[in-house]
Structure formats: structure tokens, C-alpha cells
Design a protein around this ligand. Structure first.
Ligand code: NAD
Ligand code: MG
Length: 389
């Protein structure tokens, strides 16, 4: 029996994780869960899965949840410290699926406690980078990428008993759907709405990652994520736009072989793989039907229409706090776009401006990351009111 701590339980990854857990009640038990403010959804999770500890983002949400579930023997808590505490408490695996930079501390708490870490929360690895990977190594943690592309790359790499390793690889081919605006001109993208940006052609996901997919910032974050996870640089990663989202990524080897991982686009596949590796289980996802597919397409990304991908690569080469700075600017920009305070193309403009105007420091400790994050958020907020509205 594997005890699971689920951070971000009320989200899209949270729902897919709960689906996998509920299919295998003898194999997995949800022991703890965390979310921000969605009390109703968390109350449902409490009734269906009976975890022991549940943490909400603030006291009001915690109190409302406790009132709704007063007949259940669950310890209800709130705040960051409690989220860190459940990740480090009695569990075998931590699913890190909180949205954004807010997931960094709880994710690291699970790693420091030596838990198998299922990493969906890419922002935590992107921002803390080397520090994050050093903690993984120090605590001898099994880190399973849940992002479908990185999970695919992991599956395409040579497997050892300690996980996947890059050996004899020429490059990584990171696939991207291209998002809902793949065929739009810049002019057409000027006035797209949040609803249009959230309508992803192949995946149903949380709002923030949906906007990131539309702006290709998601692919930028994933480029950085791949560099940290697989110890490569952006020069060894080629982004390949593949609108059908059937090939989830590929690894190209020195001998000319390319190994791809394919499947229907459903996050239950990478989630279940992360939870059961090195075994596999039936996820209920339909098998691929190649006669149905008939055709798969591939094209190069357009960095002029989607500058976020270029910015991510530049941030990687700038190093240090540049990646935390870019991520923070983007989190502020996406929130402002969702409030319809700035336009869609302003997201990349704001990201670029914040990156240009921020000092880049080396990252010797977590404080440096938090400081860069705070400064970038402040600058982005200022720029929005001064230059973008
Ligand atoms: P979502 O918006 O659907 O859910 C986010 C979850 O995080 C919710 O449970 C929410 O309550 C919680 N949360 C948000 N802010 C919080 C805070 N400050 N403190 C505590 N909890 C907080 O998002 P999602 O689509 O499930 O994505 C979650 C993470 O997984 C993101 O980092 C995303 O990039 C990554 N991811 C998602 C997908 C996908 O298909 N949805 C795929 C790959 C990676
Ligand atoms: Mg992805």
C-alpha cells in the first residue's frame, strides 16, 4: 500500500490523480491533501477519500471546510507551514500539483523528507533549479516528472534501477501542441480573450497553464524544466510543434535512432506511470488507434509570434535568478490577462521588460530565489499600471 500526499488536490492534476487512486484502492491510499480555497471540491474529496490531514490556503477556507465535514475524523489545517508538514509527514509519495511558485516550499519539504516526488508543479523546479536538483540528490529521492513531455522523455531514456539516465543521447525533442493560437497572426492575437486562450485544443487543464500553453510560455518553462531534469542545455533540446499531441516527446540518439512515447492525451498516463514506476497499470485510457489517427504533423515553432519561448532560453543562459524572475513576471502577467487588465501579447512584452530591467544574481540559497520572485512581482505590477493599461 502506497500512502499518497496530494498537493493541489482540487485542480486538474489533482482530479486525475484521484481517479488513478480510486481505481486501485488496495494499492494507493490518500492520506493527506492540500488546496487553496475551493472548499466545496475539497469537501467532496474528504467524503470520497477520507484522508487524515487536509490543509487549505487560509483560515476562512479551513473553517468553512471543517464545518462542512464536521462528522469526519479529519484534521483540518491551513497555511504554508501545514502544507510543508503534510508533505514531510507519514506518506510514501508526494504529488506536487500546486499551481505556480506557491508550490515550491511544500514540494521541497517532501523532497527533504525523502519522499518519492511526482512533479507536476514545473514552476518550482524552474525557479529553484540547481538548488532543487541538489536537494533531490542529497536526499536520494525518486523524482518522477509528471509533465507529459518530461514523463515521455523519461520513458524514452535508458532505465537503470535509480531511474532514467541520459546516455548516448544526441538531443531531446520536446513536443508542443502550439496551443489554440498556433495559426493566428500577431494581429489576430492582439484582441483574443481569456476564454479563447483557455480553450486548449487537446488538453483540459487549469487556467494558468492553459494561458501559458497559448503563449508558449508553458513550452519555455518546460524547456528549462527539461534542462534541469535531464542535465542538458537548451542547445540540446529542440522544440517540435506537433498539433495532435499524440507524440508526447522523443529522444534522439547518436546512432540516428529516435525513440518516442505516444498515447492519447490524458494526464492519467504520466500520473500512473509516476506512481507505479517501474511497473505499469491500466489507467482506463483508450489504446491509440493508428487508423483513426491517420496522420501526425510536425513543424518548427515561430519565435517571432511567440517570444516567450525565446525568453525562456535566454533566461536559462543568463542563469541564477533569471528563471525565477521570468516565472514571477509571467505569473503576474497571466493573472492580469485573466482579469482583462492587459492584452494577450502584453504577457510576453511584460515578461521581456521585467527580465531586461532586473538584476540577475547567483542562487546560493532559497532566499535569493524568493527575493528575485518578490522583486519581479513588484516590478511587473508597477509596469502594468505605468505602461500597459
Ligand atoms: P489547477 O489550477 O487546476 O489547480 C491548481 C491547484 O493548486 C488547486 O488545487 C489549487 O487550490 C492549488 N493552489 C493554487 N494556488 C495555491 C496556493 N497558493 N497554495 C496552495 N494551493 C494552491 O492547475 P493544474 O492544471 O492542476 O496544474 C497544477 C500544476 O501542474 C501546475 O504547475 C501546472 O503547470 C502543472 N501541470 C498541469 C498539467 C495539466 O494537464 N493540468 C500538465 C502538466 C503540468
Ligand atoms: Mg506539458
Amino acid at each position: 500500500m502506497q500512502k499518497i500526499c496530494l498537493l493541489g488536490a482540487t485542480g486538474s492534476i489533482g482530479a486525475s490523480t484521484l481517479d488513478v487512486i480510486s481505481r486501485y484502492p488496495e494499492q494507493f491510499k490518500l492520506v493527506s491533501a492540500a488546496a487553496n480555497t475551493n472548499v466545496e471540491k475539497m469537501a467532496q474529496i474528504c467524503r470520497n477519500f477520507r484522508p487524515q490531514r487536509v490543509v487549505m490556503g487560509d483560515q476562512d477556507s479551513r473553517d468553512r471546510l471543517a464545518a462542512l465535514c464536521c462528522d469526519l475524523p479529519i484534521q483540518f489545517e491551513y497555511g504554508q507551514a501545514a502544507m510543508e508538514s503534510i508533505a514531510a509527514d507519514d506518506c510514501d509519495q508526494v504529488m506536487a500539483a500546486i499551481m505556480g511558485f506557491a508550490g515550491l516550499r511544500p514540494t521541497l519539504a517532501g523532497i527533504r523528507a525523502g519522499k518519492r516526488t511526482l512533479l507536476a508543479n514545473k514552476e518550482s523546479l524552474v525557479t529553484a533549479g540547481r538548488l532543487f536538483m541538489e536537494e533531490v540528490e542529497r536526499h536520494n529521492v525518486v523524482l518522477m516528472p509528471i509533465d507529459s513531455e518530461h514523463n515521455a522523455i523519461y520513458q524514452c531514456l535508458p532505465q537503470t534501477e535509480h531511474g532514467a539516465h541520459k546516455r548516448d543521447i544526441a538531443r531531446i525533442l520536446l513536443t508542443a501542441s502550439g496551443g489554440p493560437f498556433r495559426t493566428f497572426t500577431s494581429e489576430q492575437m492582439t484582441c483574443v480573450t481569456p476564454a479563447q486562450a483557455c480553450a486548449h485544443p487537446n488538453w483540459s487543464m487549469g487556467q494558468k497553464i492553459s494561458i501559458d500553453s497559448a503563449s508558449l510560455m508553458n513550452k519555455g518553462l518546460e524547456l528549462i524544466e527539461a534542462c534541469w531534469l535531464f542535465d542538458v542545455t537548451p542547445n540540446e533540446v529542440q522544440v517540435v510543434v506537433h498539433p495532435e499531441s499524440i507524440v508526447h516527446s522523443m529522444v534522439s540518439y547518436q546512432d540516428g535512432s529516435v525513440i518516442a512515447q505516444m498515447g492519447n492525451p490524458d494526464m492519467k498516463i504520466p500520473i500512473a506511470y509516476g506512481m507505479t514506476w517501474p511497473e505499469r497499470i491500466d489507467t482506463g485510457v483508450a489504446q491509440l488507434d493508428f487508423f483513426d489517427l491517420a496522420q501526425l504533423n510536425f513543424e518548427a515553432p515561430d519565435l517571432d509570434r511567440f517570444p516567450n519561448l525565446r525568453l525562456a532560453s535566454e533566461a536559462w543562459f543568463a542563469g541564477g535568478t533569471a528563471m525565477a524572475t521570468l516565472n514571477a513576471a509571467n505569473e503576474v502577467a497571466v493573472a492580469a490577462f485573466l482579469r482583462e487588465q492587459i492584452g494577450f501579447l502584453d504577457i510576453a512584452r511584460l515578461n521581456e521588460r521585467v527580465l531586461e530591467r532586473s538584476d540577475i544574481n547567483t542562487v546560493n540559497n532559497l532566499d535569493a530565489v524568493f527575493e528575485a520572485d518578490g522583486r519581479a512581482r513588484e516590478l511587473a505590477t508597477k509596469l502594468i499600471s505605468a505602461e500597459f493599461t
